[in-house]
Design a protein around this ligand. Sequence first.
Ligand code: PHE
Length: 350
Amino acid sequence: MTEKLTAVKQSFETELAAAQSLDELENIRVSYLGKKGSITELLKGMKDLSVEEKKDFGGKVNVLKNEATEQIALKMKELKEKEIEREIGSMPEFDLSVPANLSRGSYHPITLVQRECERIFKSMGFNVEDYSEVVTDYECFEALNIPKHHPARDMQDTYYLENGQLLKSHTSAAQNAIYKKYKSALVNEGKPIKAIFPGRCFRNEATDACHENTFFQMEGVMVDKDISISNLIFFMKTMLSEVFKRDVKVRLRPGFFPFVEPGFELDISCAICGGEGCPSCKHSGWLELCPCGMIHPEVLKSGGIDPEEYTGFAFGLGLTRLAMMKYGVKDIRDLNSGSLKSLSQFTDDE
Ligand code: PHE
């Protein structure tokens, strides 16, 4: 009988150790402790034993029964915990910071080039300034050496508000405010004025593949003692080679703007047709990208800066044009179209 008990005990322990699931465990419980279970059978088999033997053996079987019950309870707890862990493990991980699984938006190509230019100029020590879209006639024209009735105003017809203010026709409209903001640091602390100010501009124009009534520019100015055209060329070249990540062909032509003297047109070879001529470059192979020049003494004076002591350069980078060149957008109108089909294909490659 004792051997039988030992055998039952051993097989119970082996089976219990091998049990992987709650179902298996329940089967083991029934086959050992159920009405017809092996342990229950041991008790039943005692009827032929002597009183002494019954006492001794019965005690041992009871110990086994209690132990088995206890071990089953323990195993059940262990298997339940494992099951919960398995369930947790199979759940997708929850991360609050992950955006909802909606289809993602994308940056507008102009935003991408604007940010890239900002990054490049910031790395060269320029401040990035913001300026309003509605400005005064003084800011947009008079402070820039374009008096009323000057023919240069014809090139920049814009939209006027009833109160006499207007939608800025170029980012140069912020120049006056920038000079006034930084002039004391320039004069008192000797800190050069180095600022860029990107912004949306408006012109009353007929639209075609390369003209829009709404477009983006990024103005840049640098004022200090002894600033010359070579400084201007250096910054322009550095910026363009960074943006296009290759050597870009540029040419400088004389250009007229009342607020610079001398003034230039910086053209880049059309990246769309490779310089052969196409509608985007008016079949010339070149695209006007960045008018620039040395700031006119009158303009510095309007900003409270003494032109006898300080000189500077200014440029008006066409961000819209730059985006067209960089991404090969053939028609400027696509950029303002709001068509996600064309606009959502640009990605931030940084
Ligand atoms: N503001 C001029 C334009 O939009 C561009 C320009 C800026 C020219 C700075 C010279 C210097 O036409």
